[in-house]
Each structure stands twice: as structure tokens, then as C-alpha cells.
Design a protein. Structure first.
Length: 182
């Protein structure tokens, strides 16, 4: 894999060849791309690699029915930061701002409505979906919830990988080629 950084743009390869060394390109390319995917996305777009991560039941629910779900101990939310701090956090969440701050990747762990909004906006690059060997039934807490709004279905995931974690498994895949975002 050649360096995607335009400041380098293959000059290292040229220098090695000029010094009389034989240079092979492409060995371990897939592994190198996977290892460097966040940097490659950021250096070519100035936006972070955004991965949507969700834990699901086998029937696609992100929450168990209420009786089995963990209940919070407090019923109220107490903010420990100021309104100004919370406003700054909201601003930081914007992908372009993350890129300007040279943040290479971000992980979106959200509910169905925010997942749907991120997918509809086309900002998700990669998905990592963890499945537990359980069924939740139809409680309408899916990984994508549109609340009756129109939803543009994203393209099928590409370059799929399956992973095992004890009794659970995960599907990892890409909505776009992070190397062609230039």
C-alpha cells in the first residue's frame, strides 16, 4: 500500500528505489489498509472514519423488553457540566469539526433514531453489529428507527468479516470504500 498522505505521496518509495533497493508494493495490502483505515479516511477527506456500533438480539432489537432490561437507579438526569460545556460537546460531535481537530475516528453507539439519522445523512463509513443469542420479540427497538419518516436505505455492507466472542458474534462491514473518498 502506498502512503495516502499527499505530503508524502510515494516519495519514500522513489527514494528507496533511487538508492538501489527493490521495492514491492501490495504485499499485505488488505492488512495494511485495515490497520490504517482511520488515517486513510482522514488524510483524504479531513473527516473521521465513523463506525456505527450496536449490540442486538438475533431478531434485530437493541433493547430487551422492559421486565428484563436493567433499570437506572435514578429517575432524573443530573448534568455535572455547564450549558457551555454541553454546547461545546455538541459542536465537537460534528464530523467536520472532528476532522479539523485531527480526530481520525469516531464510534457512534446510539439508539435507533440517531442511527437512522446518521445513516440517512451518509456519514457512516463502517458498521460493527454485535449479536447475542437471544430473542427480544417485537418491542420496536431496532438498530434503525425512523418514527414513520422516509428513510433512504443505505447500500449493502461490503468486505464483511464475522467475529466470535464467546456465545456472541459480530458482523463488521463497510458502507463505502474509505480509500476512494478523495
Amino acid at each position: 500500500m502506498t502512503d495516502p498522505n499527499p505530503a508524502v505521496a510515494g516519495r519514500g518509495i522513489e527514494q528507496l528505489r533511487a538508492a538501489g533497493l527493490q521495492v514491492e508494493i501490495g504485499l499485505g495490502k488488505i492488512e495494511a489498509q485495515k490497520l490504517n483505515e482511520a488515517f486513510c479516511k482522514w488524510i483524504s477527506t479531513r473527516r473521521p472514519l465513523l463506525t456505527l456500533k450496536s449490540a442486538l438480539t438475533l431478531d434485530g432489537q437493541i433493547a430487551l423488553p422492559t421486565p428484563r432490561r436493567h433499570r437506572p437507579r435514578q429517575k432524573t438526569v443530573t448534568w455535572i457540566t455547564s450549558e457551555e460545556s454541553r454546547s461545546e460537546v455538541q459542536r465537537l460531535r460534528h464530523a467536520a469539526e472532528l476532522g479539523r481537530r485531527e480526530i481520525l475516528s469516531a464510534l457512534l453507539e446510539a439508539g435507533g433514531e440517531l442511527n437512522a439519522a446518521a445513516l440517512a445523512a451518509g456519514v457512516v463509513d463502517k458498521m460493527f453489529l454485535f449479536y447475542a443469542p437471544r430473542m427480544a420479540g417485537s418491542n420496536h427497538r431496532g438498530v434503525v428507527q425512523t418514527q414513520g419518516r422516509a428513510f433512504r436505505v443505505p447500500p449493502a455492507l461490503k468486505n464483511l468479516s464475522l467475529h466470535r466472542f464467546g456465545p456472541d458474534f459480530a458482523v463488521e462491514g463497510y458502507l463505502r470504500d474509505v480509500y476512494r473518498n478523495r
